[in-house]
Design a protein around this ligand. Structure first.
Ligand code: COS
Length: 383
């Protein structure tokens, strides 16, 4: 379908597609097998200015919005959502600075992320605070001119690979969610370290580690925005970034459909290509319908967010639920179309199916997203 992209938007698609075709697809199986961080590919994305897409021009970026980043992530997702996740997590890591940081903080951190010289990461989740994000235990206490952080973040994407970490910690436990604040922690800060890389079912090209703070001392200027606004910044950050996860789902589903449809054209059983059988055609038709519907919803949600940044929660969650549930279904069906071959790692579908699962879990489970949509409906229909 024609989505009538502008020249600049088409340029983002073309650049991301070229990197996907030439660098990601040929290397994705090896990156997955070796659990290898795709530093060279990310450097090429940096040279192509993709890291600057969501960053304003005054800080060295492209000045794009949610829709522009969605376009890039869809293309990367078609190749490998492990690579796409490493890229997306750097944007996620700088959203708190973009949303709530001071001018000085933006000048200090955004240009090096826009150029891809530095990667960023976002530290929220803890062992006992996943869906219940306000239940975090990590603390930050002001001691003279320094904040002292203690606690451990879990499953942090780009852990050990990023140089800039935006981290949420409790500064006043008596105030509940209003007692959380966000900070920038830099690689090499005293008392800060990352745990070993986790072993994962999928997205193995991306790095996932703990962030460990043991009397980690950072200058007091590293507080993002005002004290006590950390939870709201976290919520706005996730509202902004979830359409990007949805876009990875659109790309992944498209990639799986492409593999399944091409296979169905060349695989002969009972004397005919299996595409000739209605049972297979109907599966492919449903895969195509779900993926096009996801794309339309994700694009429209992203455009809505760019136009109405104060009204993003519901559409953001809707897009994530629909596109990532579709990606899980489509990748599972792609394995089914390829059947025995689909289950073997010789074909990309088994990796796609393994990868798809995380999309329904990270950046807020799809069950939590349904809660968000439900609560918004509850408010709307009270009017
Ligand atoms: N935008 C702005 N403010 C928001 C908000 C949003 N999307 N969602 C909540 N808030 C505000 C509320 O208005 C409330 O403010 P007040 O203190 O002024 O009343 C405050 O934040 C607390 O909100 P709430 O009571 O709804 O918080 P809960 O503890 O019930 O948590 C959910 C709400 C479940 C939505 C939240 O914890 C969540 O998003 N969890 C999933 C976390 C997640 O995505 N983890 C993945 C980690 S990144 S890989």
């Amino acid at each position: 379908m024609d989505y009538f992209l502008s020249e600049e938007q088409q340029m983002i698609v073309d650049i991301a597609r070229q990197i996907t075709e030439e660098r990601i697809i040929p290397n994705r199986a090896e990156l997955d097998e070796k659990h290898e961080f795709p530093r060279d590919i990310l450097n090429e994305m940096a040279q192509a200015d993709l890291f600057g897409v969501p960053i304003p021009e005054e800080f060295g970026g492209f000045g794009g919005g949610c829709f522009d980043i969605v376009l890039a992530l869809e293309q990367l997702g078609r190749g490998c959502i492990g690579v796409g996740t490493a890229f997306a997590a750097s944007s996620l890591g700088i959203y708190p600075i973009l949303i709530s940081g001071s001018q000085e903080m933006k000048e200090k951190y955004l240009p090096s992320v826009a150029s891809g010289e530095k990667f960023a990461a976002f530290g929220l989740t803890e062992a006992n605070a996943g869906s219940d994000a306000s239940g975090i235990q990590t603390t930050a206490v002001l001691d003279g001119d320094e904040w002292v952080l203690n606690g451990t973040k879990q499953w942090i994407t780009n852990g050990g690979e990023a140089q800039i970490y935006t981290v949420v910690a409790i500064t006043d436990r008596s105030k509940g969610p209003r007692g959380a604040s966000m900070f920038v922690v830099e690689e090499g800060d005293p008392g800060f370290s990352c745990g070993p890389k986790e072993k994962k079912m999928g997205i193995r090209a991306s790095s996932t580690t703990e962030l460990i703070f043991k009397d980690c001392r950072i200058p007091k200027e590293r507080l993002i925005g005002r004290q006590g606004t950390g939870f709201i910044t976290v919520m706005k950050t996730l509202d902004s970034s979830r359409p990007g996860i949805a876009a990875l789902g659109v790309g992944l589903a498209q990639g799986a459909l492409d593999v399944a449809a091409r296979y169905a054209k060349q695989r002969v059983q009972f004397g005919k290509p299996i595409m000739a059988f209605q049972a297979v055609q109907h599966m492919l038709a449903d895969m195509a319908i779900g993926t096009e519907a996801s794309r339309a919803l994700v694009y429209q949600a992203a455009k809505h967010i760019d136009a109405h940044p104060k009204d993003m929660s519901k559409v953001s969650s809707m897009s994530k639920i629909f596109a990532t549930d579709n990606a899980m279904k489509v990748t599972t069906d792609a394995v089914q179309v390829l059947a025995g071959y689909g289950y073997m790692s010789e074909y990309p579908t088994e990796k796609m199916m393994r990868d798809a699962k995380i999309l329904q879990i990270y950046e807020g489970t799809n069950q939590i997203q349904r809660n968000v949509v439900g609560q918004e409906l509850n408010k709307e229909y009270a009017k």
